[in-house]
Design a protein around this ligand. Sequence first.
Ligand SMILES: Nc1ncnc2c1ncn2[C@@H]1O[C@H](COP(=O)(O)OP(=O)(O)OP(=O)(O)O)[C@@H](O)[C@H]1O
Length: 569
Amino acid sequence: MKDFFKYYLPYYKDYKLKIFFALIGIVGVAAGSAGLAYIVKPLLDQVFIEKDQQMLYIVPVLLIAVQTAQGVGKYIQIYYTSYIGQDIIRIVRDKLLAHILTLDIDFFQKKHGGELISRVTNDINKIQSAVSSQIAGMIREILTIIALIGVVIYQSAELAFYGLVVMPLAIYPLTVLAKKMKKLSFKSQEKASDITSHLSEIFNNVEIIKANSTEKTELEKFEKHNKKFFDINIKSVKTSELTSPLMEFLGAIAAAIVIVYGGSLVIKGEMTTGTFMSFIAALFMLYAPIKRLSTIYNKLQSAIAAHERILTVYEIKPTILTGEQNIPQKVESIEFKDVELKYEDFVALKNINLTAKLGEKVALVGDSGGGKSSLINLIIRFYDTSKGQILFNNTCLRDICIKDLRKNISVVTQRVYIFNDTVAANVAYGEELNEEKVIEALKQAHAYDFVKDMENGIYTTLDEFGTNLSGGQRQRIAIARALYKNPQILILDEATSALDNESESIISEVIDEVCQNRITFVIAHRLSTIKNADKIAVFKKGEIVCVGSEEELLNNCKEYQRLYNLANI
Ligand SMILES: Nc1ncnc2c1ncn2[C@@H]1O[C@H](COP(=O)(O)OP(=O)(O)OP(=O)(O)O)[C@@H](O)[C@H]1O
């Protein structure tokens, strides 16, 4: 718990004035509670026993005053503590996402998107109440306890001893319960994250689920996760709610002792009824904040568990580190020298030697799993080589600033990402929007003809999945986006494989046109797309087995001949 508070303490320094107001509120609540207990004495002794007329009016006024102090105090405290808590959590959430976004692509491929969403939402929400209302609650309850103990001791130090002696007895069982709560919270958050993961998987794959009629199977899987989540939460309720009866039991024992001992003092005339009643009121009122304090302590365990889960994300550091140099003004060549790539222990590429020159279109072909996409992963530095070097002119790729590198590379994949925004914003994604440049890029991609006929031209809003476009149109928007950047390196990864023959031939023409003045890599399953390639590299089991023009390969490369024959069956 100490570590938890130490971690969040620096965040509070920007809220000094707000903390001050919150504290005033907290003091108001604590003083109000103590005042209420104290009023019992003049009410009984002076109003009821001594029949003091003046006090008859003073006591109710005092009562209204202390209740108002308590109410206003509570309002002020809740407003300011919530403000501080929400704002800290906003910053923590931004910071966590900023960190996650610096991590390697490998991290995202291994982690479920849903799990990450759960960290950024569920886990952080758990911390929110801890850094705001629970901390304030703790301070408030502690102050209230101190104030009430003050009243109790002031009324009778001797009785106070009997009333409070049972308190230390509560410490051990409460600590055991808190430990159990922390474990359960950890498990509960894990389950919550399983649920978000599963939900995001279902919604992302809904087309496959419906097409295969597996709604029931998916629902059953979900129900299992949901039931486990329920079981753990019920266990948590069982544990945390034990605190209350435990405290009530101990409170009753204390009250019983006080009644027997204090009652005998009143009977003997050694204590006034008012003092006794004020004492017993303070004692009863005292057990409520103690009970609340232990509940807060339990809830804090769940925040601590969430915090520990978040810390594990912070412990992961990016391994793909940026270089300092800018990408060459003109990339004349990209050279792979004895390159090897490992995914953990699996060697996906080995002995790769390949050169691509300015103006060239280099095609990568080969069986599925041959290593074509892995080569692209290296160029855009999603992964780093485990051996060998990649040179841009004479500059080592690792020495180039990643941001600058990616600014100069455009990738078009088979899966087109459309954002829920206008055509123009989709084309200019990540860059400043320039209308003329958007139109130019759309024209180059042979997309302007259909875009200008849309309802609002380039300002027509596309939906997230691009469902108001055909597959070929989506692909052309993606090519326009790639060209808008005017990249030095253009990568087309299976960009035409999802298209029908007509769309494919249009896109292939577009690709031929846009290859000039840059280096282009094309991965294609259909060999027809790469007929005009300057160079074809044939991949087999992670190695390049032949490189050459189509004609050369048809004459000399058995693997290419095999692929060619397969394609022409
Ligand atoms: N992120 C990864 N982690 C571990 N292994 C991977 C990863 N990406 C690819 N692989 C493995 O590396 C090998 C090469 O994969 P790669 O995607 O480069 O092949 P490819 O030639 O592009 O295949 P396809 O034509 O099917 O896209 C495969 O065996 C694949 O399972």
